[in-house]
Design a protein around this ligand. Structure first.
Ligand code: 0RA
Length: 652
């Protein structure tokens, strides 16, 4: 897609803005780059690279190269037009290069009202980078020559812009070293930058971003000289394919369309790529002027409304929904959807603390009307894909109704109602009606479940034995998940709903505790259970209601005395600390412990250890499962070969 716009250098009177010096930036850096921590530090790089991206969007640059150096400095070079070198209209004595680097531009944008689609968080301009640098060197190739200027701490010019050798090339090179007096630590994180550059490359087709890490090249122990090249021939279609790479797409072609509208000097454009996969996740990524709008906004609202409306309309036209059927909800149509919504605007208005939400009201209607028209057209032209998509929406709706029914059934049963219909037969419930004091143990295996039943405090502790391994949640929609007997019994026992319907206040227990063997198989089932809870009962995890029990691996007897150790290390500690003749035994599984041992070591609130699971840990489990059990073989192979033997990843 091409975005036509007025070039930045087109200075008209009204675009001349009030300029001021750099002092305010050093006084309050947070105002300009968000923070002086690692995020602010990375922001400096984005600020420069975004200017190169603008040159690419305007049709001039095709490439930018970013290099990290040992001394904390960064080198960014592009082949755009180069910053103008002639006198600045407002400061006839000074080159435009120097003004751009030493004056703060009102509204943060170069040329004020002039057209500038900026990628930066606040679009603050490269003078902010100069202000927060210890040293900066700029080299501009333009008008047949190279021009160079250097700046000291805080962006103070060390001399005027000087003409250098002749060249036919054009472009801008900036080499800057963030000022250690400003930043908490000058230590760039390669993966953070790499992710951003990859994303940028997807959003700016045919723009090449070379990223090289030359830190520690001299150190033979360190991995130096790392380099990647990011370039996306098919833009956001490639983006969606990459996002779906470890999943199975439900239809072959990636949906792709775009639209534009101009209103006076305002231009809006939209590009969408989308493809459904066989997982439960809803993964809509939105961008405004190549910046990720993590918190959505009017463009996402317009997209969601049009998506739901269009799919309902087409489903009726194709007879997938009859007039008497309930419409698909937004959740139904977004189940398994991976989409990228990229909007470009001349006058974006961002909202909120992080500026990660779009506020322009006119964008909603624009996006809505483009999606209504273009998506309808695409679906009509791709009947086979459309059938697969509509079937998916219909299954999602059916599953949602089934889940709600199950929850309503469970809701009507108090804990004291016992094993009425609705609660799973295998559940051995507790008696306490005060839910906050109760605990549900999800126990791997029938025999371990049996021990746990005898060991428990029957007033507060309930046991749900799970047979063998849980289904492979990775490849599962809500509909398929609910067909699995283990999933259905967990959902019924928890009673708080499943999927988008979860209501944690309905959770039938205070704590949900995963109890499995301390070995590799136990860790496997724990990972699967966490993934299941993370995907289908997210609020239960995020509200801190999920725990992992820590059964011991060893028992050591010193005469009549029994002590336990959870790891090899703890065992050695114990043996070193005590006198007497130890008898060490290793538990192969929970089933080997008698009820008394299990109570003492793992279940008794007074003596046990529990680890509360955070969303981050559950998300990590989810990632491991995606890689190990996703339906696409390649990433799994790669992951296993990279991490083979590294039990850390499974040991959650
Ligand atoms: C001001 C005006 C023009 C381009 C730029 C700045 C510019 C800045 C950076 C920073 C890194 N790379 C850059 N490339 C360009 C417009 C130039 C014109 O009208 O010819």
């Amino acid at each position: 897609m091409s975005t036509r716009r007025r070039p930045k250098g087109d200075y008209s009177e009204e675009s001349i803005s009030v300029l001021e010096g750099l002092e305010p930036v050093r006084q309050r850096p947070g105002m300009y780059i968000g923070s002086t921590g690692v995020d602010g530090l990375h922001h400096l790089v984005y600020e420069i690279v975004d200017n190169s991206v603008d040159e690419a969007l305007a049709g001039y640059a095709t490439k930018v190269e970013v290099v990290l150096h040992d001394d904390g400095s960064v080198h960014v070079t592009d082949n755009g037009r180069g910053i103008p070198v002639g006198p600045h209209p407002q400061y006839p004595e000074t080159s435009t290069v120097e003004v751009v680097l030493t004056k703060l531009h009102a509204g943060g944008k170069f040329g004020g009202g002039g057209y500038h689609v900026s990628g930066g968080l606040h679009g603050v301009g490269i003078s902010v980078v100069n202000a927060l640098s210890e040293h900066l060197e700029i080299e501009v190739c333009r008008d047949g020559n190279e021009y160079v200027q250097t700046f000291g701490q805080g962006g103070v010019p060390e001399g005027p812009l000087r003409k250098g050798r002749k060249t036919k090339a054009t472009g801008t090179t900036i080499h800057f070293k963030p000022d250690p007096a400003i930043f908490e630590e000058v230590d760039f994180d390669r993966p953070t930058l790499a992710k951003r550059f990859q994303e940028t490359a997807f959003l700016v087709p045919n723009f090449t971003i070379v990223f090289r890490d030359e830190r520690n090249v001299a150190d033979p122990g360190a991995e130096g000289g790392w380099e990647r090249e990011y370039r996306a021939k098919h833009g956001i279609v490639d983006f969606v394919e990459a996002l779906n790479a470890s999943r199975t797409a439900l239809h072959r072609r990636v949906i792709h369309f775009s639209g534009e509208r101009t209103e006076g000097d305002r231009l809006m454009s939209l590009e969408v790529a989308a493809q459904w996969n066989d997982t439960y996740a809803d993964s809509v990524h939105s961008f405004v002027n190549v910046v990720n709008t993590r918190h959505g906004g009017t463009h996402e609202e317009g997209f969601r409304m049009a998506l739901t409306g269009t799919l309902n309309k087409i489903a009726k036209e194709m007879g997938v929904l009859r007039e008497s059927d309930e419409n698909f909800t937004g959740d139904d149509v977004r189940e398994g959807l991976t989409a990228v919504v990229s909007v470009k605007l001349t006058h974006p208005q961002f909202e909120g603390q992080t500026k990660a939400k779009l506020g322009n009201t006119e964008v909603k209607g624009f996006v809505r009307s483009v999606v209504n028209d273009e998506l309808s057209l695409w679906l009509k032209q791709h009947k086979a894909d459309t059938k697969a998509i509509l079937k998916r929406c219909k299954d999602a709706g059916n599953a949602r109704r089934a889940a709600r029914k199950a929850r309503d059934l469970a809701r009507r049963k108090g804990v004291l109602d016992g094993a009425d219909a609705g609660l799973p037969g295998k559940l051995v419930d507790c008696q306490n009606a005060d839910r906050s004091e109760t605990e549900l143990f999800l126990v791997e295996g029938d025999s371990a479940g049996g021990s746990a039943v005898s060991a428990r405090d029957r007033f507060t502790q309930a046991i749900l034995p799970l047979r063998g391994k849980l289904l492979n949640v990775e490849r599962t929609s809500l509909a398929r998940a609910l067909e699995n007997a283990e999933v259905a019994s967990i959902a019924a026992a928890l009673g708080c709903g499943i999927g988008h319907d979860v209501d944690v206040t309905e959770l039938r227990y205070g704590k949900v505790i995963l109890l499995s063997d301390a070995d590799v198989d136990g860790s496997h089932i724990r990972t699967l259970l966490l993934t299941f809870l993370f995907r289908f009962m997210t609020p239960v995890v995020s509200e801190g209601r999920v725990y992992v029990a820590q059964p011991p691996l060893y028992q050591v007897r010193f005469g009549q005395d029994r002590v336990y150790a959870a790891s090899e290390q703890e065992l050695h500690g114990l043996l070193d600390a005590r006198n007497g003749k130890p008898v060490v035994s290793r538990f192969k599984g929970l089933g080997e412990m008698n009820a008394e041992q299990l109570w003492e070591t793992t279940m008794n609130p007074a003596t046990r250890r529990l680890v509360r699971i955070t969303v981050e840990e559950a998300a990590l489990a989810d990632e491991v499962v995606s890689k190990l059990m996703g339906s696409v073989v390649e990433p799994r192979k790669e992951w296993i070969s990279q991490n083979a033997g590294d039990a850390r990843f499974l040991d959650i």
